[in-house]
Design a protein around this ligand. Structure first.
Ligand code: ADP
Ligand code: MG
Ligand code: MG
Length: 888
């Protein structure tokens, strides 16, 4: 019968030229492709063959092997016998094999492998004779029966291991291999009895039957609970399937001149050059990783088996040169001879990724473009923030939204005043609030990190923390904060004031206790990579910043201007807040104007400082945006204080506060609607901006202000607001006898604005996409309320990503694209940019680049990430890199 498959089902390797190559991962799996490629490089690999991964699903669906597979496997077995001069099932010189899983994408430890297959009561005697080493033969047999029982008969390993340990203790030996041979023999007998008793089947003596049992079991290990979960977690397709590799056994348990180990070609945590790994003498594969024996660092192999060690070093160099990347290798030494059993791309930390890429360029292994292309942008986080040292045990309390990256330790504090006092004394505190409000700002500044039970990625706590560059976890799950009781409860545990906590704002994890932190390090390697990235990218990268300190920090990170300066954050402090509240509580235009007059010099000073900090770069200032009640006091004590300060009755303040409350403030009186209803606010802000700009310009500073009108829905709103801004600009320029070029544009954050972008572009000189609000309004979804169901949506695959973290290209992205096209049709030189959290998310950055935007703007610590992502996007557009590569 001829096979209906157009491709072979079985691929040979380890002798001559292999049937496969590294490029055939989809068919051979990563392990099989690596074995084939190593063969072709002349690297010593024990001969064997790979059964193609597509057969996995045939097996899983039909539970039987197609006859043409049987015949191809049998032919390959004969070829293996010829290559090794041994016989499968042969009594004198038995051929033993391992049966190993291996999918296209590595799933470490998720699937099964069986070693020493082919042993039975006859062949074990052959092995004893052939090796003149009975301990070795029976040790191998014992291992085989254990693995086979576990993998094929699905029996627990514990009873087997338990008996082994008992025997070892009784014999007073520490290594399995040192057990007296008689005991090993007894053990194998016992093991087989366990198999019969537990599974109802006798242990198969026929090697061919063993082989098919193992092949089926390896295929089926594709669908174990843990393998399925792993694929879900890492977003891997179930359709991939695993290949099966049948590999001639080489033995690391043949004596003290034999051994086995795993090693990286460079240190995976620092990137330092040189082998980094572990090994064991007189041992077999799984011993190294199973933790049953104390492994030795690979450097010691140099003294123990110098020849094999230098051969291993040579293999590392050959493989790195060939694959042009760090390799993670598995090897076995049989009586002094080195065999390579696996090689794959080595996983690494952000630090190692950057250092390795830079050093490989200087070694001539890769180009600068490749170095830039292969660093996952988000890995830079590890170089920009402290990270938690996961080497030590951690006690996870809860998880929340990763609202602002970085890790920090501190003692729990439940109010801002106390946080401020302690922080000033230099004590490490973490401010914990149900949710933060402007009144907490002074405490947030002095805290190491912020933890809240409520609020989303755009909550006050999150936005302020990102601006301050402090870690923040928001909406921590199951967290019940008792602020007056100075404690919180989570998962049945209570954390009180003064208890130590560690928080990772990059992952959203909150730990009890004080974990060790690894400090950030922007070293020479980082500087090199970023320099290369900047030469490659077209997209500009700006920062969202409203303080000079942020602006300075962002410049250090390479920001080329401010893309979003939120003016409201400037009102959240001390005197400003009082003047702001006075303005809000004013009963008429006159009252409002007099309050605004107090705010004017404050704003002007702020803008001057910002312009100076960003000299030579554009600064985009957004006019007042949030609903006014956000500035008002919330509890009775504060209302009373405000009433005293403004010389008003408590009733009056309460009444006005209540009258400003809205059912749906995000869709209420906010954005440019405020400026339409209270034009004097817009006028004051415009005056502050232009006066500040003139002051800096008159001292020969280069200022490039951009005035941004928020939440525009119709061009008429824009026109009215623009009129005020332009009038004030003229006035100020006349008064100051100097003209400063400026741009006037709008935020696009409502679907209607996107849909009528052609009309708006007639008036507006730039668009900045406010993707946080645009996502909320496009989805009809409030970010702060989404926590109740968004996790389920993600879990059930209703949506692939959180649209607030990764730009929803299919929906929100389509609106953005439409707005870009419509806008540029009206005004070809329309400046386009994006602000909001997506501005620093690598995939969203690529999306903006593809649309031909001028810039992205993000929080300070994401600036380097956006620079790298923009460079990768430029490379992808040139076809130099696969867009998906660096981000997986
Ligand atoms: P995993 O994918 O879990 O790493 P492997 O199939 O790579 O499983 O096997 C684990 C270990 O078993 C290998 O690292 C190696 O030490 C050992 N091993 C596998 N096949 C052989 C073989 N043919 N000869 C000697 N050791 C082997
Ligand atoms: Mg392996
Ligand atoms: Mg907005």
């Amino acid at each position: 019968m001829t096979s209906p498959y157009t491709q072979p089902l079985v691929y040979f390797f380890g002798q001559g030229r292999a049937d496969g190559t590294a490029a055939m991962k989809d068919v051979l799996g990563g392990k099989g492709a690596g074995l084939a490629e190593m063969t072709n490089l002349g690297i010593p690999v024990p001969p064997g063959f790979t059964i193609a991964a597509p057969l996995c699903h045939t097996d899983l669906e039909t539970h039987q092997f197609p006859p043409w597979l049987r015949s191809q496997v049998e032919t390959s077995l004969q070829r293996l016998e010829a290559a090794t001069g041994r016989q499968f099932g042969g009594g004198d010189n038995p051929l033993l094999v391992s049966v190993r899983s291996g999918a296209a994408v590595s799933m470490p430890g998720m699937m099964e492998t069986i070693l020493n297959l082919g042993l039975n009561d006859t062949t074990v005697a052959g092995l004893e004779k052939q090796s003149s080493n009975s301990a070795f033969a029976w040790d191998s047999y014992r291992r085989f029966v254990t693995m086979y029982a576990a993998v094929v008969f699905d029996l627990a390993k514990a009873p087997f291991e338990h008996r082994l340990e008992e025997m070892r203790l009784a014999a007073k030996v520490s290594r399995d291999i040192d057990l007296p041979v008689e005991q090993m023999k007894a053990l194998v007998k016992e093991y087989k009895a366990i198999v019969l008793k537990e599974s109802g089947h006798p242990f198969p003596e026929d090697p061919i039957e063993q082989l098919w049992g193992a092949i089926a079991a390896v295929f089926e290990s594709w669908n174990t609970r843990r393998a399925i979960d792993y694929r879900k977690l890492h977003d891997l397709p179930d359709a991939m399937g695993t290949a099966v590799n049948i590999v001639t056994m080489v033995f690391g348990n043949l004596g003290e001149d034999s051994g086995t180990g795993v090693t990286f070609t460079r240190d995976p945590s620092t990137g330092a050059r040189g082998l980094y790994g572990e090994y064991l003498l007189n041992a077999q594969g799984e011993d190294v990783v199973s933790g049953t024996r104390n492994v030795e660092p690979i450097s010691q192999l140099k003294d123990k088996l110098p020849q094999a060690y230098s051969e291993l070093e040579r293999m590392a160099r050959v493989l790195e040169r060939h694959f042009r990347d760090v390799q993670d290798m598995e090897f076995t030494i049989e009586r002094g001879r080195l065999y390579m059993l696996q090689t794959r791309r080595g996983q690494r930390t952000g630090h190692a990724a950057v250092r390795t890429a830079v050093e490989m360029v200087s070694e001539g292994l890769i180009s600068e473009e490749e170095a830039v292309a292969r660093i996952p942008p988000n890995d830079l986080n590890q170089l920009l923030h402290p990270t938690i040292d996961h080497a030590a045990a951690l006690d996870l309390l809860t998880t929340g939204l990763p609202a602002s990256p970085g890790a920090a330790c501190g003692t729990a504090v439940f109010d801002a005043d106390m946080a401020e006092q302690m922080g000033r004394r230099g004590e490490a505190v973490i401010l914990i609030r149900r949710e933060t409000s402007p009144e907490d700002f002074h405490g947030m500044i002095q805290s190491r990190a912020i933890l809240t039970a409520r609020g989303g990625m755009t909550s006050h706590a999150a936005v302020v923390a990102r601006g301050l560059g402090k870690p923040c976890v928001a909406s921590a799950q199951g967290m019940d904060v008792d602020e007056s009781g100075r404690k919180f409860e989570v998962g049945g545990r209570t954390i009180r004031e003064g208890d130590w906590l560690t928080l990772d704002g990059g992952t959203g994890r909150v730990y009890s206790g004080q974990a060790a932190l690894i400090p950030p390090e922007m070293n020479e390697y980082f500087t090199k990579i970023m320099g290369w990235a900047d030469r490659l990218r077209h997209l500009r990268v700006r920062v969202n910043a409203e303080t000079p300190a942020d602006a300075h920090r962002a410049r250090d990170f390479g920001a080329e201007g401010i893309g979003l300066c939120r003016t409201e954050h400037m009102f959240f402090e001390g005197d400003r807040l009082i003047a702001m509240r006075e303005m809000i509580l004013a009963e008429d235009t006159e009252g409002r104007k007099s309050a605004l007059a107090k705010l004017l010099p404050i704003q002007r000073t702020d803008f001057e400082a910002i312009f100076r900090a960003m000299e030579g770069f554009p600064v985009c200032i957004r006019l007042l945006d949030p609903p006014l009640h956000e500035f008002l006091p919330k509890d009775a004590e504060e209302i009373a204080g405000l009433a005293r300060a403004l010389n008003r009755t408590v009733e009056h303040v309460t009444r006005v506060t209540e009258s400003l409350a809205e059912t749906n403030p995000m869709l209420g009186l906010r954005g440019c609607r405020l400026g339409i209803i209270y034009p004097e606010i817009t006028a004051m802000q415009a005056r502050a901006i232009f006066e500040a700009a003139c002051t800096v310009a008159s001292r020969k500073g280069r200022v490039m202000p951009e005035v941004m009108i928020p939440l525009t829905a119709t061009v008429v709103e824009f026109r009215q607001q623009a009129l005020i801004v332009r009038q004030i600009a003229e006035e100020v320029f006349r008064e100051r006898q100097i003209t400063v070029p400026y741009l006037l544009g709008t935020m696009i954050e409502l679907p209607r604005a996107a849909l009528t972008a052609d009309e708006i572009a007639r008036e507006a000189q730039f668009f900045s996409f406010g993707t946080n609000d645009l996502t909320q309004t496009t989805w009809g979804l409030s970010r702060d309320d989404a926590g109740r169901f968004l996790p389920q949506y993600l879990e059930r695959g209703i949506i692939p990503d959180d649209p607030f973290q990764v730009l929803d290209e299919a929906g929100v992205g389509k609106l953005i694209q439409l707005a870009c096209e419509l806008g540029r049709k009206t005004r070809p030189d329309l400046k386009l940019g994006i602000c909001g959290e997506h501005g620093g998310e690598p995939r969203s950055v690529a999306f903006c680049d593809d649309l031909g935007m001028n810039y992205v703007s993000c929080s300070p610590f994401r600036v380097p990430i956006a620079r790298l992502a923009a460079a990768q996007s430029a490379l992808a557009a040139r076809g130099t890199m696969d867009r998906t590569r660096a981000t997986v």
